[in-house]
Design a protein around this ligand. Structure first.
Ligand SMILES: [Zn+2]
Length: 94
């Protein structure tokens, strides 16, 4: 089954990372940001079925896009501050 929320997050992320030269482009950080942003947007839409998010995304619902953008920016900030790519995993093991 397709994950619509993830599609939006990835799309927004691809847009943002290009205007954010400081952000590490490695695959690990990319996945961290997407996973984090996804968690955030899922929390926000916890009460809505995935299909509803998709319907709104299809209509280019500006609120959904704005929420996705916000989630990605927050995630970017966190991952930039605490990147997982080169740490020894002892500090921020989840
Ligand atoms: Zn990295």
């Amino acid at each position: 089954m397709k994950n619509f929320a993830e599609d939006v997050i990835i799309e927004v992320f691809e847009e943002i990372k290009n205007v954010n030269p400081d952000f590490c482009k490695c695959e690990k950080c990319r996945r961290d940001v997407i996973a984090l942003a996804l968690t955030k947007i899922r929390g926000r839409y916890a009460c809505s079925p995935e299909g509803e998010i998709f319907a709104r995304v299809e209509q280019s619902d500006r609120q959904v896009r704005a929420d996705a953008l916000f989630a990605v920016m927050e995630a970017l900030e966190i991952v930039t501050k605490y990147p997982h790519h080169s740490e020894d995993d002892s500090l921020s093991k989840k």
